[in-house]
Design a protein around this ligand. Structure first.
Ligand SMILES: C[S@@+](CC[C@H](N)C(=O)[O-])C[C@H]1O[C@@H](n2cnc3c(N)ncnc32)[C@H](O)[C@@H]1O
Length: 386
């Protein structure tokens, strides 16, 4: 990261707009909409300064002006990037995450806390067969960290450049999606086959739905549902750009009344969650998420899984994914589902050995840790309907 510069004052102005109702992402988007003259590089620097502020919040002197605090946060980021050991383990444990987290996670690895203080990697998913063309056109692309993953992630690249990717020709040609590596692994855990019928029950803006379609070589049918009509409209725009047509979009609010009578080969429940696994990318959320959110979302997740599982045909696969690491939203949801549904059996998750840690929920559940993948944290569990 560059040392503090002119963008600090711009960042301080954005910070002044942020509240619990106006998350950092939204405030930045609003600022960039107003200040159209900013270059891609300036936008990136302002975003970095805003996120550094929230990453180092508990180290800052809150009596200082916002500008001084932004500068102090950038200095800390710079020092930490050069020498991560300059921040002592005790300080990380006490300040990088809120105190309440101790009661919500089985373990809080120090390596994860260290990872939380780094800037996140930007992952791309190339359309099948286009990875070489994409790397050539964009430049500044690196493969995933371990070579053993190359086969599995033949479509995954890390972007290290500074262009506004949404303005590249490759983006408009539909050659890639911006998709975190952990989210891509959810698609691989689903492993849908060409010709099958899948339901992405919480499809949102379609990140995973588009990946499932690519894995199915656009053969077969996907249902994409969400309770948000706005998100489904964005999904349709993204699908058109990616030239994905083998899907139907339908609203679903998570009730027992499913959007279709179709029985599926596979159902993905990529449920709404507290997002603790995304706290590196979104450090503001560390200070706006609370235990009551974890509890409320765990109840929603349990209901979504119960209801969506009714859409499977015998032999069909159910995949539950959340980008969080809280016990109540991960193993507890998986355990409750398993005990309430004896007609479902645990199935191994088709990811290579060593890529993730099995968790006590059994062979059908695993955790992806940010410090091991340089990506979001994710929990995945899978079952098969007997
Ligand atoms: C983790 S996001 C999905 C992200 C998406 N699958 C992707 O890969 O881009 C969870 C989604 O669940 C939706 N959701 C929240 N509550 C819901 C409910 N009760 N019924 C259906 N969808 C719900 C949200 O609107 C949100 O889009």
């Amino acid at each position: 990261m560059k040392p503090a510069g002119a963008y600090s004052s711009h960042a301080a102005r954005v910070l002044g707009q942020i509240s619990s109702d106006m998350p950092a992402d939204d405030a930045l988007r609003e600022e960039f909409r107003r200040s159209r003259r900013l270059t891609a590089e300036q936008r990136r620097d302002i975003s970095r300064a805003v996120f550094a502020y929230f990453r180092w919040l508990q180290w800052l002197d809150r009596r200082d002006t916002l500008l001084r605090q932004v500068e102090a946060a950038l200095e800390l980021q710079c020092r930490f990037d050069t020498n991560p050991a300059c921040i002592k383990s005790e300080a990380l444990a006490a300040r990088a995450v809120p105190e309440w987290l101790k009661n919500e996670m089985d373990e809080i690895p120090l390596a994860w806390l260290r990872q939380l203080q780094r800037e996140p990697a930007l992952w791309l998913r190339a359309k099948s067969g286009k990875i070489e063309q994409l790397a050539r056109e964009l430049g500044n692309c690196a493969p995933p960290p371990a070579t053993g993953r190359a086969g599995l992630l033949a479509t995954c690249l890390r972007y290290t450049g500074s262009h506004d990717l949404f303005r590249t020709a490759a983006f408009h040609k539909g050659l890639f999606e911006i998709q975190d590596l952990a989210s891509q692994l959810v698609g691989h855990a689903c492993a849908p086959q060409p010709g099958e019928t899948w339901w992405d029950a919480c499809a949102g803006e379609g990140g995973k739905m588009l990946h499932l379609s690519d894995l199915m070589q656009n053969k077969g049918l996907l249902w994409a549902s969400d309770r948000s009509a706005r998100r489904l409209a964005l999904l349709k725009r993204r699908a058109a750009r990616a030239q994905v047509y083998n899907y139907r979009a339908a609203p679903w609010d998570g009730s027992p009344r499913l959007p279709t009578k179709t029985k599926f080969d596979g159902v993905l429940v990529d449920a709404p969650c507290s997002g603790i696994g995304t706290w590196q990318r979104n450090p503001h959320a560390r200070w706006t998420t609370f235990p009551h959110d974890v509890r409320e979302l765990a109840a929603v997740q349990g209901r979504l899984l119960d209801h969506a599982s009714a859409g499977l045909k015998p032999g069909g696969r159910l995949v539950y994914a959340v980008c969080t690491l809280a016990r109540a939203e991960t193993t507890a949801v998986a355990d409750a589902f398993a005990s309430a549904h004896p007609n479902f059996e645990a199935t191994p998750i088709p990811l290579p050995v060593g890529i993730a840690h099995p968790v006590p929920a059994g062979p059908s559940a695993l955790v992806l840790w940010p410090h091991e993948h340089n990506a979001n944290g994710m929990f995945i569990a899978t079952w098969r309907r007997k």
